[in-house]
Write a protein that binds this ligand. Sequence first.
Ligand code: NOJ
Length: 534
Amino acid sequence: MTSSPDHWWRDAVIYQVYVRSFADSDGDGVGDLPGITSRLPYLRDLGVDALWVTPFYTSPQKDHGYDVADYQDVDPLFGSLADADALLARAHELGLRVIVDLVPNHTSDEHVWFRAALASAPGSPERARYLFREGRGKDGSEPPNNWESVFGGAAWTRVPDGEWYLHLFDSTQPDLDWRNPEVGDMFEGVLRFWLARGADGFRVDVAHGLFKEESLRDQVITASGKASSGHVNPDHSMVKRELSDEPMWDQPEVHDVYRRWHKVLDEVGADRMAVAEAWTQTPESMAAFVRPDELDQAFNFSWLLTGWSADGFREVITGTLAAVGPVGASPTWVLSNHDVVRHATRYGGGPQGLARARAATLTMLALPGSSYLYQGEELGLEQADVAHELRQDPAWLRRREGIDDPGRDGCRVPIPWSGTQPPFGFGPGKGQPWIPQPADWAALTVEAQTGVECSTLEFYRAALAARRTFAGTAGDEVEIIGEDHDVLTFRRGPVTVVVNCGTAPVQLPAGEVFAASGELPGGVLPPDTAIWLR
Ligand code: NOJ
């Protein structure tokens, strides 16, 4: 079945919940499923359509849940299967859909399959579910090839009998061998398990990585950093490494997996979806993941890689629409997530960074397709500065210790809900949660911003409400107006969007302003501000 204009995700606003940092129900300082359930009315009132919940499955938490030991159970840290059912049921009652995370590229080293692989001999069927190989060099003491982990260091670890196993991420995240049919069958079971429990969709982790070129040839660009994608944070390992043309990414066989999943989703109901996390080389290769018989959406990371610039934003918008249009998929837009520096900080931080972040958000929300929001951006949170000794991000720990790298902990700090000191209503516990909140977040809590007209939270609420008045009916056409280097202007249906990325105020075009990212003193559009007119 092809994507229909009626599919709910085509114009949805989807809110990403990072489980351990959203809401803590039991006071252990770590967010959990009952915590999320208790805060669902907040999300409904914010005006989003769906939430994507990051992995809450049984896991040793070496990569905070992206290392799954049991795909069909809930980690006790986050609750139980009954809590997952309760979350899904309550969300549906409130009219919210729920997307769960699926991690098919690798398991945890504590998964029963990997334990069995370690306990079995080289060449055994147990080892054949992963990528075990002999080493190179004398005595096989060198890794089978030169691949480097996205998180830094070699992508191979040697086991006591001398074989090596592949892990594109942490050594506790062994890569599965998708050429082994058992792997595909296992994941079909996982899909069906969560669909039967009521999941409305899946976010597919490392969707471009499941298959490795059969030869396992050496990679061309190594982590020593010759690749430069020219984006705002070129040192971010996740971004830099996965954009290069390498034998471990974006292999053609991966598309058969998504054709199979498409059928499974369709069998269960036309309202179930999947969105790919795929760092591909070009908009065209991204579009391949969302062909009519594959996944429904793919995250479009191009905005996240673009600095504050009218020309840059124009390029992102036109490039994205040109890529997904021909395959009939709906575009997606992302400004922040749990892997990158928050956009208020990327745009310079402080009042200017926040003004720009709000303007970019308002621009994004006017566009056709889905907008993915990351928890806390509606509060104007910036990347928190986490002391090196408190960092937990395996990517930072593997490679970055001692280096001035922001890492991913600073965008994962628990949400401030209320009160004047940590944990700011995050949970009933006393003091700091699993990773400390900045002491000066008191003015940023949900409580402090609610009802305050110009607060970032009320701005998001107003923008999402305004979006609802036209997004469903405005169509997919975007008309870019002009080529001004400082000001981006476009029209979508009845709405004209103007964003001032320059340094001087500009005249407001004719029309009624019905959403603005900041104040409009004296009837002009100040720098770092966006408006919607009709
Ligand atoms: C992408 C996820 O977003 C990230 O958090 C994780 O570390 C890697 N995939 C590995 O699963």
